[in-house]
Design a protein around this ligand. Structure first.
Ligand code: TRP
Ligand code: SF4
Length: 331
């Protein structure tokens, strides 16, 4: 049997997952479980790079994130699901890689420059924040991953990972494959206010939202901005609510809404009400699984510990090769 290609990806535990996270990443992670040998982990040390001043939420958020993962169908039987800070080998590899990573590679990282501007309320002039991609490189090459499914914003980090892996192999001999990023087509759903869906914009619908919350949030969604009155014809192609219809409603409804909107035969309030019910229905199985795990957190803990165990084995074996290649095994 041909060996499955290894995939690795991670997420920072910054809070509950929303529909943007689901369609942008998780749905794809779930699908890949059947074709690849998948490693998915919670990057809790990475969460520290910007939130080092308040660490009280990180562990709780990690637990919440694992519950979100399990409820959308990431499976501990198919994939290795683990938590970064449990695998101390990441810290060792990070340190060793930091010795061979030129600082200018990090300083010209577009994500770095961008975040410093975006998060100007935080002091990000730390060594850890600059070194973010080095830790990420350690996460990736530790598992000898061939490919990394990520959003477009993470491509520079995977690029730096490839450069670091290449440099390591050049200096100490071939240990690491050079991982590739895999970008996936994702539907363009926006937040309630038509900006990118994001926790920090307070415009997100969460996987764990109750039906009441979903109804209330849907009512706040901005539709076709040109459509002021119910008698104005609308344009579904530029309406975010219509994007949601295409993802969640049945075909018959989608086909009916489009011309009805254009001819002003349906108002936005009615249109939203219909969509909200389809969305609630679509999320029902996720919500159910989530409440099951909420009530069985000991099971979630077991899943994490088992995943950690599997990840640790691989990490220990990689570190043995790394130490031997670098001729620094300790005494
Ligand atoms: N930087 C990633 C993000 O913010 C999270 C991450 C950390 C990651 N380590 C990784 C993603 C390794 C892929 C592979 O989304
Ligand atoms: Fe959007 Fe529906 Fe309003 Fe048309 S009727 S603008 S599709 S919410």
């Amino acid at each position: 049997m041909e060996k499955k290609k290894r995939i690795l990806s991670g997420m920072r535990p910054t809070g509950p997952l929303h529909l943007g996270n689901y369609h942008g990443a998780l749905a794809n992670w779930v699908k890949m479980q059947d074709t690849f040998d998948c490693f998915y982990f919670i990057a809790d040390w990475h969460a520290l790079t910007s939130d080092y001043e308040n660490t009280s939420q990180i562990t709780g958020n990690s637990m919440q994130m694992m519950m979100d993962w399990l409820s959308v169908g990431l499976s501990p039987e198919k994939s290795t699901l683990f938590v970064q800070s449990s695998i101390k080998e990441h810290a060792e590899l990070f340190l060793l890689l930091s010795m061979i990573t030129p600082v200018p590679w990090l300083e010209r990282n577009p994500t770095y420059k961008d975040q410093i501007v975006q998060l100007s309320n935080k002091d990000l002039s730390t060594f850890g924040f600059l070194g973010y991609p080095v830790l990420q490189a350690a996460d990736i090459i530790m598992y000898l991953a061939n490919a990394v499914p990520v959003g477009i914003d993470q491509v520079p980090h995977v690029e730096i990972t490839r450069e670091i892996a290449r440099r390591f192999n050049y200096l100490y001999g071939d240990v690491f494959p050079e991982p590739e990023s895999v970008l996936t087509e994702t539907p363009k759903i926006l937040g309630l206010d038509r900006r990118k869906m994001s926790k920090s914009y307070d415009n997100a619908i969460y996987l764990s939202d109750s039906p009441e919350e979903i109804r209330a949030k849907t009512m706040k969604m901005i539709t076709d901005p040109q459509r002021m009155k119910k008698t104005d014809p609308g344009n579904p192609e530029i309406c975010n609510v219509y994007e949601f219809h295409k993802l969640y409603s049945d075909q018959q409804t989608v086909d009916r809404i489009n011309p009805a909107c254009r001819k002003a035969e349906i108002g936005c309030v009615e249109c939203k009400k219909i969509m909200a019910e389809f969305l609630i229905q679509a999320l029902a199985p996720i919500r159910e699984k989530r409440s099951y795990y909420e009530a069985h957190q000991d099971m979630v803990m077991d899943i994490i510990l088992t995943g950690n165990e599997k990840a640790r084995k691989v990490a220990q074996s990689t570190m043995a090769s790394v130490r031997s290649a670098m001729k620094i095994k300790g005494f």
